[in-house]
Design a protein around this ligand. Structure first.
Ligand code: C2E
Ligand code: MG
Ligand code: MG
Ligand code: MG
Length: 289
């Protein structure tokens, strides 16, 4: 009987694993269709100048409108796309779409609005990555200064030379390079010396309890101090409360991003948001008053 039960247990696990494998195969096939059928959409979340309160730019964040599952967040399919290699095609689409939207913003008069695009480590390791970005800028007509790439620390663990070379070439064009989720990777800080980085984004894990937790406060202040000594700008992610914003302003964090200001939203809503903010308060007033 024990044996029987053991076998049943085994079968149960096996079918469970099969379900998971099937689910992945299904999602993978669906993702291919999504790429072909326009089910992928970019949302945008504004980045706010902490001193003036003005919008400096926005980050493109992908969403998937699945025909039967509804809206799927990136954490549910980006890792899968990285496993299957589909991230290359997906990343190409994201970059092109974000650059086109940025050009539209230009045309509407938001001349200094920068677009930030998340780039996967696998994209950076492609031999032609910097060429692809350069081509996309040329095709869309976007000025390189208005594009910023967000990369995670782990992107430079492999093929470091090649990755740094890509980033150097893009930096030389004027493209910005931000380290995303800063502080959560396990890489040595020495890469900051080698890399042509322009900005650091403090992970929201440190911001969440920055008011109540002394370690989080110390780490956040430490990152700000180091970044400023290296002449890097800093963005705080996950700014959800007025208290977060006040702490970060007091510690000279240049830019704030989070639900306190705006959630990621479709491009059309971003236009409304920008429109409302540029009529009142006046864009001429330096402190947004
Ligand atoms: P990320 O680049 O670090 O993006 C920040 C995430 O924090 C976003 O989640 C955003 O919606 C969320 N967020 C922003 N403000 C707040 C806040 O105040 N509180 C909280 N709790 N969360 C906030 P999202 O959009 O679900 O994206 C998750 C991750 O998926 C991104 O993290 C990025 O790593 C990845 N991702 C998104 N779009 C792309 C893409 O186009 N390409 C690649 N390779 N990765 C992407
Ligand atoms: Mg990001
Ligand atoms: Mg982040
Ligand atoms: Mg993240």
């Amino acid at each position: 009987r024990a044996k029987q039960q053991g076998r049943n247990t085994y079968q149960w696990y096996a079918s469970d694993l099969n379900d998971e494998a099937n689910e992945r195969v299904e999602l993978r096939n669906d993702l291919q269709k999504a790429l072909e059928n326009g089910q992928l959409v970019l949302f945008y979340q504004p980045l706010i100048d902490s001193r003036t309160g003005r919008v400096r730019g926005s980050e493109a964040l992908i969403r998937w409108y699945h025909p039967s599952r509804g809206l799927i967040p990136p954490n549910a399919f980006i890792p899968l796309a990285e496993d299957t290699g589909q991230i290359i095609e997906l990343g190409t689409w994201v970059l092109y779409q974000a650059c086109r939207d940025a050009v539209r913003l230009q045309g509407l008069g938001y001349r200094e609005h920068r677009i930030s695009v998340n780039v996967s480590p696998m994209q950076l390791r492609q031999g032609n990555f910097s060429q692809k970005v350069t081509d996309t800028l040329r095709q869309t007509g976007l000025a390189p200064e208005l594009l910023e790439l967000e990369i995670v620390e782990s992107a430079i663990l492999y093929d470091t030379e090649q990755v740094i070379e890509h980033l150097r070439q893009l930096r030389a064009l004027g493209v910005g390079i931000a380290i995303d989720d800063f502080g959560t990777g396990f890489s040595s800080l020495s890469y900051l010396k080698l890399m042509p980085v322009t900005k650091i984004k403090i992970d929201r894990a440190f911001i969440k309890d920055v008011i109540s937790n002394r370690s989080d406060a110390a780490i956040t202040q430490g990152i700000l101090s180091m970044a400023h000594h290296l002449a890097l700008e800093v963005v705080a992610e996950g700014v959800e409360t007025e208290a977060h914003a006040a702490f970060l302003r007091k510690n000279n964090c240049e830019m704030l991003q989070g639900y306190l200001f705006a959630r990621p939203m479709p491009f059309a809503e971003l236009l409304d948001y920008l429109g409302q903010r540029s009529t009142s308060p006046s864009p001429e007033s330096p402190d947004g008053a």
